[in-house]
Design a protein. Sequence first.
Length: 398
Amino acid sequence: MNAPEFGHPNGTGGQGQGFDTRAIHAGQEFDPTTGAVIPPIHVTSTYAQDGIGGLRGGYEYSRGGNPTRTALETQLAAVEGGIRGLSFASGLAAEDALLRTAVKPGDHVVIGNDVYGGTHRLIRRIFGDWGVRHTTVDTSDLDAVREAIELGTTKVLWVETPSNPLMKISDIAALAELGDEAGVLVVVDNTFASPALQQPLALGAGVVIHSTTKYLGGHSDVVGGGLVFAAGQEELAERVGFTQFAAGAVSSPFDAFLTSRGIKTLGIRMQRHSQNALAIARRLSEHPGIARVLYPGLESHPGHALAGRQMSGFGGMVSIDLAGGGEAARRFAESTELFTLAESLGGVESLVNYPSEMTHASVKGTEAEVPESIVRLSVGIEDVDDLLADIDQSLARL
């Protein structure tokens, strides 16, 4: 399971270089003064000017730009194969800046019916109150997406694949073609797969979004978000950059440094996440108390073949549907030992989550409501035998 090889269009990540090389070197030039291999963290709010308007390197004030953040943004663009990256204080801050720039009152957004609860809440409640309408649809159903698009009014098609938490797989290339035909911006949340396993811009998407808190940071010690823009989206990237500057939702230098450090090991971590997750999924699929194992790496998954075509690995996220319903799901989620019961995902440690009452509590009563029988696992990079033992003892309590 090797990371895909994609050249970076504007050359900042090393045209034609492999993924891991770009992840380690893009934006990470050694310090020219001391020779320090790791670029320094620029903990400053402002910058000296050589006369009024005489900016050094274009830096004026750290809300508008900071060298540590610039290094991360270069790295983000390189690993996703985009023309520009932007680093935000959180994933939702990135989503908000993009949507505030791309839509206006009266516009329409098509969103998947299985997405992160915070995304659905943002579009439904914040942008809904602003006069932006939305339609929730299964984005793995191309006919349903085509029917949901309103020509001239729909401005954004929002896709998560694999989706959160039901692990649906949507055809990025086909959805991008639909978007091109209808004049709709196709945005792909690539948080679950990460650019080590999936490259939406190469498949035709216009913008990729990340909660960099998750796999990109990779160590559960930083909160952040990122946007990467495809070639041809230069004008949108400039406008979103202005929105970020004007509204101020930027990542701090230290958070940018932590995220940048995490990206350097992303490729090798995703290999181990994927290997462990497949072993866990297979063990779970053997148990009579599990009605369904939702993992695209299993041949039984309806999106397995498509995932195999557009991903280079199947990732570290596994969801399970407990045959005993919500009571069994709660019992399983509360009985693991190595798998820590917590929000979030994508760190080196394994986590277990009960979406109905945790990450997706805000979408109860909507089209995106998660069944109470679902448990979501973020499979870490621990020794797989220890993880399997923890799964076994939890299953024994069902």
